[in-house]
Design a protein around this ligand. Sequence first.
Ligand code: HEM
Length: 233
Amino acid sequence: MINDSEQPFAQSSKQPDLKTYAARRTMVATMVAHALVFTFTCMIAYSVVPGSSLFSWHPFLMTLAFVLFMTEGILMFSQQSSFIRGDRKLQVRSHWVFQVMMLTCAILGCMAIFTNKNNNNVAHFTTAHGRLGAITVFLSCGQVLAGIGLLYPNLIKNFVSLGQAKIYHATFGLLNYTLVTLDLNFAMRSDWAVANITGVAWYVCVACIDILALVIMTQITTHYLPRMRRQRQ
Ligand code: HEM
């Protein structure tokens, strides 16, 4: 239910309530993000049929890792459309559980493509997607390890303040998400993707990952980082 004070034009000055507009815009954007996560994950699962070959596990597990778990783990903190609202402790716990699942799927997905290439005597890390993918998985491991420092601040208190550590975590998270998006775009240009995801479906997949990145980056830069900075002042 929307009460009168939340109506955009309900104020006596007839001026639109900009805060309400911004909140609604964020809510719509994050609801769209949930839909894009679902669409991309289903389209990759449908195209690759997980379990149909050793290779099939790579795109499927990487999509679970970086599109489903990483993105939903970040959206967990959205004030407007998180599945858990108002319970900060539960949000934090769900965030790190999702990031641990992200890393587990990423490592398994890497093992699948690595073994598949070995079985077929194909050289490793020869494409932009493969090279950037290796960097992305490495950075994601670092990001999860750094997250442990936020969970147990005693471990890091001699090196950096908790406030600073939170800002670094969000900033590196932003960088990592940018690299993930770039690498997913490279993946969509791989020989397999171009041959197996054709026509409109290919454009829908690319639109999903790129629009998703815009929403997530906006959430981190306009909501999370400024809040962290305010808390430090
Ligand atoms: C951000 C998520 C992803 C990461 C981090 C990632 C990582 C990697 C890595 C490290 C390799 C090279 C393995 C080696 O050379 O031994 C690779 C290969 C490959 N990946 Fe991904 N991958 C991701 C998502 C995807 C997706 C969604 C697809 C399909 C649409 C895909 C398709 C391929 C293909 C076809 C190869 C083999 C050819 C090549 O080396 O480029 N990947 N990936």
